[in-house]
Design a protein around this ligand. Sequence first.
Ligand SMILES: Cc1ncc(COP(=O)(O)O)c(C=O)c1O
Length: 192
Amino acid sequence: MRSSIQGLIPYDPGMTIEQLEQKVGKKIIKLSANESLWGPSPIVEEALQEGLTQLRLYPDGAAQALKKTLGKLWALPVESFCLGNGADEVIQMLAIAFLDPGEEVVVPSPTFSSYTSSVTIVGGKVTFVPQKELIFKLEEIAAYIHPGVKMVFLCNPNNPTGTFFSHTNLELFLQKVPPKTLVVLTEWAKNN
Ligand SMILES: Cc1ncc(COP(=O)(O)O)c(C=O)c1O
């Protein structure tokens, strides 16, 4: 096994709803796994049903149709989009694509654990910025960034604290980041 992986602590997703219900002997509503009280959208259900009829074929691996739709929605060229099986996979792809072993990455703490594991897997070196009072202060993070920092990860609103920063503050932060440092932002964005 690669040495960069040996010290990695596996992600612990916690108990399933069934295991929890068995443990406490009651019906449980678990709120840490993207639960929706409303279930999936009927449009999604319909698309999945339709997809089932196509299972004998490889899917469109380059997701051309989806990229085209996204391009129209965001008024951006299709080349602007890189898709993955969830944000987690995209975070891993970014680490693989941009980091050489030993390169420094700035990560606030606490935040989404995948940033650190993805960087560690490829042998990158994480510098944590402790978030005092659990508030995400971009100016404190900016103080850790220098031209040798290859990447910085930001999460808005932050997981797990739920605090958020404004786009005005983000713009100010970006002005302080050296041109070769890649800023990776996981964000719920509204298309307007
Ligand atoms: C900040 C952040 N990024 C990425 C993910 C993973 O997203 P996905 O389920 O799309 O892989 C999560 C999931 O909780 C998250 O909180």
